[in-house]
Design a protein around this ligand. Structure first.
Ligand code: GTP
Ligand code: MG
Length: 252
């Protein structure tokens, strides 16, 4: 039986209460497919769509999904406030509602929800599971050379400046124990944009988290536009140095 607004399937009871956070900005062409694929991957998870007032109507589609399926929840924010703050809003929601596991995933189908069951199955032994493009069997499909170079440069910089040993430090496909997020403290996070995903990994490692990377194949978005602009790249570099500084003065 697939769960509807009136009930949950039996599979739902087999995992700890899990929330999949999907941040969206202008993802009207991808959201329905993303929802279908998450539910197909694991019918027992709840989904939180955090939409930043997308002009293309993504928020309205999110509301329709929520109306049809009680597992779907929506946070509407006034405008484009940044990927990092969207995920933080999702974390706060998850902590308030008592979720035990939290997964973050991009809405543009670059991250395949089919990996979610594997991630969840590892959460008994780890505090954070990272979907990694740069471990053996991981990779990218249809990425431009420019995008690949930005990503590889960003990851190399992180290793050098912050000393992170993980191969993929910047990806957004991750599964966290809620306890870990509570321990890190969402109020301490300083990154509003894409660099958020680095900061959370860095803080998790500093908090002594057990981290596991699993290989994923990242597929470049087929529909919709990327939101990664030059402003994000500059913000990214700035915050890496801020994190280093905070570490040097003992604040992390
Ligand atoms: N709520 C919210 N979501 C955002 C914001 N910026 C990006 N997103 C979402 O975050 C996810 C990642 O954004 P993308 O534009 O795909 O960024 P990317 O995957 O690094 O870049 P591409 O490889 O070019 O796709 C997508 O689901 C976006 O819709 C934002 O300011 N607010
Ligand atoms: Mg993307």
């Amino acid at each position: 039986m697939s769960p509807t607004r009136s009930g949950r399937s039996s599979k739902a009871s087999k995992i700890p209460k899990t929330l999949v956070i999907v941040p969206t900005y202008n993802e009207i062409e991808n959201l329905q497919n993303m929802y279908d694929r998450i539910i197909k991957a694991h019918s027992g998870v709840d989904i939180l769509i955090v939409d930043d007032g997308s002009p293309d109507g993504t928020g309205k589609l999110a509301d329709k999904l929520a109306k049809k399926d009680r597992r779907v929840h929506v946070l509407h924010r006034a405008g484009k406030l940044g990927l990092g703050t969207a995920v933080i809003a999702g974390f706060n929601y998850a902590l308030e509602k008592g979720y035990k596991l939290i997964t973050t995933i991009d809405a543009d189908l670059s991250h395949d929800p089919a990996y979610i069951p594997q991630m969840l199955s590892l959460m008994g032994d780890y505090d954070l599971v990272v979907g990694s493009r740069y471990v053996h069997d991981g990779g990218m499909v249809n990425w431009s050379i420019k995008r690949l170079l930005i990503s590889m440069f960003a990851n190399a910089m992180l290793k050098m400046i912050l000393g992170i040993q993980q191969k993929d430090c910047s990806g957004g496909f991750k599964c966290y124990r809620a306890e870990l997020i509570r321990k890190i403290g969402v109020d301490r996070i300083i990154s509003p944009g894409y660099v958020f995903y680095v900061e959370i990994l860095y803080r998790a490692l500093k908090a002594g988290a057990r981290v596991k990377e699993i290989p994923i194949i990242f597929v470049n978005r087929g529909k919709g536009k990327s939101k990664l602009g030059m402003g994000e790249v500059i913000g990214y570099a700035k915050n890496i140095f801020k994190l280093k500084f905070l570490t040097m003065i003992g604040r992390i």
